[in-house]
Design a protein around this ligand. Sequence first.
Ligand code: SF4
Ligand code: F3S
Ligand code: FES
Length: 245
Amino acid sequence: MNEVKHRKLKISVLRYNPQDPESVPHIQTYELEEADGMTLFIALNEIREKLDPSLQFDYVCRAGICGSCAMLVNGRPALTCRQLTKDLGDEFTLAPLPVFELIGDLSVNTGKWMRGMSERLETWIHAKEQEIDLRRIEEPMDPELAEKLYEVDRCIECGCCVAGCGTARMRQDFVGAVGLNKIARFKLDPRDARSDDDFYELVGDDDGVFGCMSLLGCHDVCPKQLPLQTQIAYVRRKMVAMAFV
Ligand code: SF4
Ligand code: F3S
Ligand code: FES
């Protein structure tokens, strides 16, 4: 039987540990034999197990659900558990997502950023008072609208859209496509009691929808293929209309 010859991968990783005063940012290159169906997540685990236990990176679900394994792969944000090495060249680079606080090597604190954004935009349903009556039978939602909300609720808060956005890199308080997507979602939801004025208050400025320069990197890199271009355009239309009231 013919033995399958696997490629040798050269993986260059940007390493830096901000907790260690001796640490300086540098590139470290690891060599690894590719396996069938190998994902970057598997490759990184193999590096940590066999070559370098000190390498820091994050993962939880390994299935594109938790959003914790995002990093820059050849400069482009991606989920390592969904990225097959066969779709990359023999040599490639890995770096942590920009914008977010660096924990170490490829690990960043997206949770802190997402929490700040969520608190600021109040990304939860502000229920209308009569809907809090638990004895009342809730009216079914229009299936088309329910489908639309379900579609955009698939956001896993991985941070790829923020890392791929020029505005987010320049403007620290910009809410990013992830935030604008959430605002579009709650604006569409008939159960949310917030008025157009309330939404304008939240994103009608340069840290919100008017900071977005329509660069669309967010739309290109979202691993869940959310319709970010449409969502942002919707919020912009609504907020421009409000600005001229
Ligand atoms: Fe990730 Fe897409 Fe959600 Fe942005 S909108 S955080 S890229 S899933
Ligand atoms: Fe950034 Fe996306 Fe707007 S990349 S500038 S949020 S269209
Ligand atoms: Fe959860 Fe990759 S490990 S999305």
